[in-house]
Design a protein around this ligand. Structure first.
Ligand SMILES: CC(C)(COP(=O)(O)OP(=O)(O)OC[C@H]1O[C@@H](n2cnc3c(N)ncnc32)[C@H](O)[C@@H]1OP(=O)(O)O)[C@@H](O)C(=O)NCCC(=O)NCCS
Length: 187
């Protein structure tokens, strides 16, 4: 296991060299090398980079989203506001770990860090769910500990739509949550 306490998080900026990142997925490699900065400038998605011993080991990108729930789902979540159709959410648009650092708990820790970051953001602007469109073969990575599948939503792509309830007390206890204070101070 890689010692995640030694990992540093930084907001994406041109000062960082992302050209050697390789997670094994061409689309995600292309995104971080060619598109992520433009997405951030145009306020379409913001990206956080993770460094270990000065090497880029992973990143995630997030953007605002909304989630439509049917009546029963809203009741299950204790949302009794009948007229509220779109539930405020954040989409975890991309998450990747460099091939040299996979299977060492890095992806799981980035996911936890990301949830802590979104929880902090939700103190300023209401966010109830994290949504994820996962590659079918990666569903277990997310399902392992946080995200429930959106059974009622099928995507045009072959991605699986998933969601995580930020009121899920099991995860949001301070002991489990990796707080992103270092990054927030820099924003
Ligand atoms: C998906 C991805 C982010 C996972 O990152 P990761 O750092 O390998 O994730 P973790 O190490 O936390 O967990 C991955 C697996 O390794 C296992 N693992 C963790 N530490 C381990 C260790 N020390 N020894 C062996 N296995 C370990 C975990 O149990 C987990 O098993 P699972 O795949 O059966 O759930 C990474 O594989 C990746 O970037 N893939 C390419 C891009 C991608 O597919 N992104 C997701 C888009 S939906």
């Amino acid at each position: 296991m890689l010692d995640f306490s030694k990992v540093k998080a930084e907001r994406l900026s041109k000062i960082y060299d992302v050209s050697r990142f390789d997670c094994g997925d061409d689309d995600l490699n292309d995104f971080i090398k060619n598109d992520a900065f433009v997405y951030q400038e145009k306020k379409l998605a913001t990206t956080t980079l993770f460094f270990y011993e000065e090497k880029l080991i992973g990143f995630f990108s997030v953007a605002a989203d909304s989630l439509k729930l049917n009546f029963d789902e809203k009741e299950n979540y204790g949302i009794h506001q009948k007229k509220l159709e779109d539930i405020p959410s954040i989409k975890l648009a991309r998450l990747a770990v460099d091939k040299n650092y996979q299977k060492q708990g890095v992806g799981t820790n980035i996911l936890k860090w990301c949830i802590g970051y979104i929880l902090d953001c939700s103190e300023m602007v209401a966010i109830r769910f994290i949504t994820v469109d996962a590659y079918p073969e990666k569903v277990n990575f997310y399902r392992n500990f946080i995200v429930n599948q959106n059974r009622h939503y099928t995507k045009k792509t072959n991605h699986i739509s998933m969601r995580y309830d930020l009121l899920n007390k099991e995860f949001t206890s301070p002991s489990q949550n990796i707080k992103p204070e270092a990054l927030l101070m820099k924003l």
